[in-house]
Design a protein around this ligand. Structure first.
Ligand code: COA
Length: 198
C-alpha cells in the first residue's frame, strides 16, 4: 500500500492520531458538512469524535490497499486542506471516491487534484473496474469536480436510506474508468442508517 500520493501541489497520506484535531474541526464546520453524510450535516460532537478516531485507527491498520481515508495537505508546507477517501458503497462491491475540504482550501482546484489522484493512482482504485461517486443534487461545486474528472451523471439512486440521482461511467483505458452517482434528491429514511460514507 502506498503511504502517500503526490500531485503537483498536494500530498495525500493515511491518517495518524496527530490529525485528529484537524479532522474534528473539518467535520464540525456546518458549511463543510452541508452536503456530506446520510443524512447530511454536522453530527453530534461525540459521534464526530468517534468517527474521527475510527478512521484514524483504520488508517493505522494499513490493510486497506488504498481504500479508506486520506489526509489532503499542501506538498510544500503540509498545511491541512481536507480529506479524500475511497470507500466501499453500502449496496455492493463498488467503491466511491469522496472528498471534503476546509473552507480555506475551496476554490483552488484542490478537490479535483486530490480526487483525481485517488481515482488514478491509489492502489485500491487501480484494481477496480470503476469508481463511483455520489453527490447531493444541489452540491454544484462537487458535481463540477466530478465533471472535470470525467464522471458522467447516471440519474437517481438510493444510497444509505437516501434517494439520490444518477450514475455515470467512463472507460479506464482512457484514463481511469469511472462511474459516478449523483446525489440525493430527497431524504427517505429506510430503516436504520448504517455505516459512514463521508
Ligand atoms: C465541493 C468541494 C470539495 C470543492 O472543492 P474545490 O477544491 O473548491 O473544488 P475545485 O476548485 O477543484 O472545483 C470546484 C468547481 O466548482 C465550481 N463551483 C464552486 N462553487 C460553485 C457553485 N456554487 N456553483 C457552480 N459552480 C461552483 C468552481 O468554479 C470549480 O469549477 P471550475 O474549475 O470550472 O471553475 C468543496 O467545496 C468542499 O469541500 N465542500 C464541502 C464538502 C462537500 O460538499 N464535499 C463533497 C461531497 S459530495
Amino acid at each position: 500500500m502506498s503511504a502517500s500520493l503526490e500531485t503537483p501541489r498536494l500530498r495525500l497520506r493515511r491518517l495518524v492520531p496527530a490529525d485528529e484535531s484537524d479532522l474534528l474541526a473539518l467535520d464540525s464546520d456546518p458549511d463543510v458538512m452541508r452536503h456530506v453524510g446520510s443524512p447530511a450535516g454536522v453530527k453530534l460532537p461525540e459521534e464526530t469524535a468517534e468517527r474521527v478516531k475510527r478512521r484514524v485507527l483504520d488508517s493505522g491498520r494499513g490493510d486497506h490497499d488504498g481504500l479508506g481515508f486520506w489526509r489532503v495537505e499542501g506538498r510544500a508546507d503540509a498545511a491541512f486542506h481536507g480529506l479524500g477517501a475511497l470507500i466501499r458503497m453500502p449496496d455492493g462491491d463498488e467503491v466511491e471516491v469522496a472528498y471534503r475540504l476546509a473552507r480555506s482550501a475551496w476554490g483552488r482546484g484542490i478537490a479535483t487534484e486530490a480526487a483525481g489522484a485517488l481515482v488514478s493512482h491509489a492502489p485500491g482504485a487501480l484494481a477496480l473496474p470503476r469508481v463511483v461517486a455520489v453527490t447531493y443534487p444541489d452540491n454544484v461545486a462537487s458535481q463540477r469536480v466530478l465533471d472535470k474528472l470525467g464522471f458522467e451523471r447516471r440519474g437517481l439512486t438510493e444510497y444509505q436510506g437516501v434517494q439520490r440521482p444518477g450514475t455515470s461511467s467512463r472507460a479506464r483505458d482512457s484514463p481511469p474508468k469511472e462511474l459516478a452517482r449523483w446525489s440525493v434528491t430527497s431524504y427517505t429514511p429506510v430503516g436504520r442508517l448504517q455505516g459512514v460514507t463521508q
